[in-house]
Design a protein around this ligand. Structure first.
Ligand code: ADP
Ligand code: MG
Length: 347
């Protein structure tokens, strides 16, 4: 493992590989993680996505060493680091609430972690300024956190991770509190930084759209367990279970219980995404339009079939239908997903 006081080499560096094995953590009676296995290759950018309370932050805190697992291993570059204190791990974590020191200027916030690690002052200054330039906050170096917007504070928090020049970045919902526009710019900044540095990055989000657009692979967690790992499009096209099927995609995949309108065995659940249903006068599915949501570039029809099944249908903009209209639908046959009714697992 790299010692944190090492001077950063110029140009691209290889990040560390990470392997989590059987990781478990409880807080009192709350099981935050129940046996998490995950392998992240050196230099990879992986997004961890899941609903609130699913264990995302706990995974990052265990890798950073801020918490100790009850069981399992955290292996960084081949070494089990469970007994290594946080400041000896070459890992930098960015928190959703920034965690900046309010009484320090941006410059001092950036230099703080380096002083603790005994980096020489001139070197610390050089790194602070380089990181500030990269995140476009160079003009803020002499301000205090309370003199900045939330978006600027989040950039300072990211810059503070950059100056550490770690082997691993752990980003805990760094974009969650930004407005839409800023979220999109900061997202592409993060991707550019990752392309340039090649440092292993675990990026946590609860936003499924962000998970789809960032990362070589996406990890879906729920209830302290990993539900599925894979490239975003692969997971979207072949969700491992009904939870993943509903979690990725908006509007969510339509799921119909056994023997329903998608025509499938009683002991299964069938699913079809709103974009895989089309209005077709000869289509086999009869439904009634209940609502039309115009989204500008597209529209979503909320429809209901005779047996009570609700189906969302994605159409082009300005569809020629009104609430109350009867319509017929067709599902692309190769786009119908099947899950086991009892386990929810993909068949
Ligand atoms: P996420 O980041 O996905 O929202 P967390 O990893 O923060 O989820 O939390 C996972 C579970 O562990 C939640 O049920 C949460 O309430 C619980 N938890 C996390 N930290 C603590 C703590 N310090 N004390 C008690 N419960 C905690
Ligand atoms: Mg969290």
């Amino acid at each position: 493992m790299n010692t944190p006081t090492e001077a950063p080499p110029d140009g691209r560096r290889e990040g560390a590989s990470i392997r989590l094995a059987g990781l478990a953590k409880s807080y009192g009676t709350v099981a935050a993680l129940c046996g998490v296995d995950l392998e992240v290759g050196a230099g990879e950018l992986v997004t961890i996505v899941g609903p609130s309370g699913s264990g995302k932050s706990t995974i990052l805190r265990l890798i950073a060493g801020l918490e100790r697992p009850d069981a399992g291993q955290v292996v960084v570059d081949g070494q089990d680091v469970v007994d290594v204190p946080p400041h000896r791990r070459s890992v930098a974590m960015v928190f959703q609430d920034y965690a900046l020191y309010p009484h320090l200027t941006v410059r001092d916030n950036l230099r703080f972690g380096l002083r603790v690690r005994r980096v020489a002052r001139a070197e610390a200054d050089r790194r602070a300024e380089a990181a500030a330039r990269r995140l476009d906050i160079a003009e803020l170096l002499d301000r205090h956190p309370d003199e900045m917007s939330g978006g600027q504070r989040q950039r300072v928090a990211l810059a503070r991770a950059l100056v550490r020049d770690p082997s691993v970045y752990l980003l805990d919902e760094p974009l969650a509190s930004l407005d839409t526009q800023l979220r999109i710019t900061t997202r592409s900044d993060l991707l550019a930084i990752h392309r340039q540095l090649g440092t292993t990055t675990l990026h946590v989000t609860h936003d499924q759209a962000e998970a789809m657009t960032m990362g070589d692979r996406v990890v879906i967690v729920e209830g302290g367990r990993v539900r599925q790992v894979g490239p975003p499009q692969e997971v979207y096209d072949a969700p491992a279970d009904t939870f993943v099927a509903r979690f990725l995609g908006s509007p969510a995949m339509n799921l119909t219980p056994g023997g329903g309108v998608l025509g499938h065995p009683e002991d299964s659940v069938a699913g079809v995404r709103p974009e895989d249903l089309t209005i077709d006068d000869d289509g086999p599915i009869e439904a009634t339009v209940e609502a039309v949501e115009a989204l500008g570039s597209e529209a979503v029809l909320l429809t209901r079939c005779g047996d009570g099944t609700a189906l969302a249908v994605r159409t082009g903009p300005r569809p020629d239908v009104r609430p109350g209209d009867p319509i017929r639908l067709r599902a692309s046959p190769d786009r119908i997903h099947r899950f086991d009714a009892r386990t929810g697992l993909r068949r």
